[in-house]
Design a protein around this ligand. Sequence first.
Ligand code: C2E
Ligand code: CA
Ligand code: CA
Ligand code: CA
Length: 275
Amino acid sequence: ALASAREHDKPVTQAIEVLPRDAMKLAEELSVAIDRGELVLFYQPKVHARRQEITSAEALIRWRHPTRGLILPGDFIPVAEQAQLIHRLTLWTIEQAIVDAATLRDHGHALRLFVNISGQLLSDDAFVAGACRMVGESDVEIGFEVTETSVIRDPASAIANLQRFADIGIRVSIDDYGAGLSSLAYLKQLPARELKIDKLFVTQLTSSNRDPLIVRSTIDLAHALDMEVVAEGVETHAALALLTVMGCDMIQGFLISRPIALDAFIAFMREDRHR
Ligand code: C2E
Ligand code: CA
Ligand code: CA
Ligand code: CA
């Protein structure tokens, strides 16, 4: 019994010892990758449900690793956050989104591009100043997606900084709504114009009894607060139909498009126009 208990313990101990070293190596590689231009932004459209019009898109970062191929953000963003690389990485992301928005506009598609902003950056005044300067000096439309949990962490500072973004025309979207400890009290105070219902509730919308009730009441709540609602993770026509009936404003998900590289996104927009 003792031996098996030890064996059972072993992987846990290893995980604790090995993970930080791996993460440290990854952080070093990532730091170099930013300078080498290995990071790339993919785009996923947000479609207006009733007008069926694409008015914005979300930038989702990928790492084109020279040997490991395409790495998804879930595998390096948490490391970047821990290693204090997220500040530099996100300023790069905003800069790239501004360039890409100008490219899209040159192709006749004036869209607002949304960048994901990690919660810890909402209390980083130097980051906020840098981000505001970049967007303020640009002539394209940018939005920031911030999770509701990141606001709850340090509400005073987060709300003040979100207000700074809103003041210079950055559209603030509350991401992953419903996945964390939703707080209605904070939601009311946020200078946010958009609420994204977490895909947790959307992917099972038409197979669950409870999720439609949650989604419907969230849509009504958001509208009462004068916010637009985006449903993420829309994968089926049935979900799209139900969300439209419920009055959801915007739709995002694999049903419309997966996140794709800028050139593919431009081709997608061209086809959409001729549809
Ligand atoms: P998120 O902001 O909640 O993004 C939504 C995720 O759902 C994306 O995964 C997207 O590819 C995926 N998705 C989109 N449509 C569907 C669908 O219909 N069904 C399903 N099952 N999934 C769908 P991705 O690209 O792997 O990104 C994961 C997370 O990484 C993001 O979650 C965001 O929190 C973070 N992230 C991505 N890019 C950035 C970035 O530039 N900066 C920061 N700080 N975080 C980022
Ligand atoms: Ca997001
Ligand atoms: Ca989300
Ligand atoms: Ca998420």
